[in-house]
Design a binder for this molecule. Structure first.
Ligand SMILES: Nc1ncnc2c1ncn2[C@@H]1O[C@H](COP(=O)(O)OP(=O)(O)OP(=O)(O)O)[C@@H](O)[C@H]1O
Ligand SMILES: [Mg+2]
Length: 278
């Protein structure tokens, strides 16, 4: 078991309930896409699984450690977090930091304190950082300052950081939101292939439904802080997607503009029908 949530809820300090009664589990090596409208609770859910936020209701485990109650602290929590890699929706990388240092930060939790400190002054594993950056096509930016990069390049530095970390559990929150469609597809393939090759678990939130359906065997729909569905990709129907993204009370399935994933799916259906006719 990679993680398991049982009736988990999350109410923020201001009283807002972002997650309610979430039960979700993943075996080691599973690849899961989280989809759902803005504000549904995807980042909140990833934050709970990643131990950044403690659930305020229910219980769960991540990599065999409790998330609530006797959850690890101090060194135990540090060891647990070293096994979890997070790609943040907005990479929390200081602008003045060099790209090489930002990538090597992926292993700070695994290194002894002296090595982490020394690496901030002089990068300890330049070949390792270069190899990770090569995988996202950014090796030429090794010694650039992070505030000299474009948004998409910075996002790929965040991805190189987790590739370098080699975590057992990879949480990717909108990992390709700043990339063009071709690069987004290639980068998602890189992440899924890396997780598959290492037997790591990958859970990624994605706004691009077609990327989710194309690359992930299991799709979890989140809406208003709850799990709307948890299905193999081939069982996710247009009706489920419409219901997931429709606002409360909206008449279904009437839509003025067809979403991109519907257009694609209809084109594929038409092609299949034509092929069957010939
Ligand atoms: N620290 C916080 N305090 C209060 N409410 C919060 C906090 N963080 C998130 N929320 C609220 O919780 C809800 C879920 O937010 P979350 O960021 O998890 O959504 P999301 O599905 O990731 O959205 P998006 O697709 O826009 O990234 C939102 O209504 C948000 O306003
Ligand atoms: Mg989010």
């Amino acid at each position: 078991m990679s993680f398991s949530l049982d009736g988990v809820g999350l109410t923020h300090a201001n009283g807002y309930t972002a997650l309610a009664d979430i039960s979700l589990r993943a075996d080691r090596g599973e690849r899961i896409a989280l989809i759902g409208p803005s504000g549904a609770g995807k980042t909140s859910l990833l934050s709970v699984i990643g131990t950044a936020l403690a659930p305020t209701a229910g219980q769960g485990t991540v990599l065999d450690s409790a998330l609530a109650g006797d959850a690890p602290r101090g060194q135990g929590l540090k060891r647990l977090r070293a096994r979890i890699g997070t790609i943040h929706q907005a990479p929390p990388i200081p602008g003045r930091q060099r790209v090489v240092t930002a990538v090597l930060a992926g292993r700070l939790g695994q290194w002894p304190a002296w090595k982490s400190l020394a690496s901030l002054l002089y990068p300890m594993d330049i070949p390792g950082a270069r190899a990770a950056l090569e995988r996202v096509d950014l090796a030429d930016k090794l010694f650039c300052r992070c505030d000299q990069l474009s948004g998409g390049q910075l996002q790929r530095v965040g991805i190189a950081r987790v590739l370098y970390q080699r975590p057992d559990l990879l949480l990717a929150d909108e990992p390709v939101s700043a990339l063009d469609p071709a690069l987004a597809q290639a980068t998602i393939r890189l992440l899924t292939a890396d997780a598959e090759a290492r037997g790591a678990t990958l859970i990624a939130s994605l706004h691009a439904v077609d990327l989710a359906l194309d690359n992930f065997p299991r799709i979890v729909g989140v809406k208003a802080g709850r799990i709307a569905f948890d299905l193999p990709g081939e069982r996710v129907t247009d009706a489920l997607l419409h219901a997931l993204y429709a606002s409360e009370g909206e008449e279904l399935p009437v839509q003025a503009h067809e979403p991109a994933f519907m257009t694609r799916q209809r084109a594929a259906n038409d092609a299949a029908t034509r092929a069957a006719c010939c």
